[in-house]
Design a protein around this ligand. Structure first.
Ligand SMILES: [Zn+2]
Length: 136
């Protein structure tokens, strides 16, 4: 699943950085990163707990994305419907017909087992990682 940070307050949608580094929305309220990109585990962080109401993760089905972006299936309405059918046949995932039945899902951190809100300690550790070590 491709994931992206979504800030409801400013409308920013931003994919997480492939190197695991921090990214943030344009208003700065929501920050996020891959904890484990290969396993699709992501965290969001806010400086002020009230801002959690603005933070979401958007999950996009990789098979649909790739199919719609390349090849003949993505170039026709019929092809897109076939891709959508395949993407929503995903037992145990939010994409599945029995759940959201969509190739794109909007998730509040913690709503899925691969998204969560980071603690202050986790955010500070991520910041220190970005600056190359302990500060001070
Ligand atoms: Zn924002």
């Amino acid at each position: 699943m491709t994931k992206a940070l979504y800030c409801i307050a400013c409308g920013t949608i931003r994919t997480f950085r492939r190197n695991g580094g921090l990214t943030a929305c344009e208003c700065g309220a929501i920050k996020g990163w891959w904890v484990d990109g290969a396993r699709g585990i992501a965290q969001l962080y806010v400086n002020h707990l009230d801002d959690r109401q603005y933070g979401r993760v958007i999950g996009l089905h990789n098979g649909f994305l790739r199919g719609a972006a390349a090849g003949t299936a993505g170039q026709t309405d019929d092809g897109n419907r076939v891709l959508h059918d395949l993407a929503t046949d995903a037992p145990n995932y939010l994409f599945d017909k029995s759940r959201r039945s969509c190739w794109a899902v909007v998730i509040a951190p913690g709503e899925s087992n691969d998204t969560s809100w980071a603690t202050d300690e986790q955010f500070l550790a991520k910041q220190q990682e970005a600056t190359g070590g302990l500060v001070g």
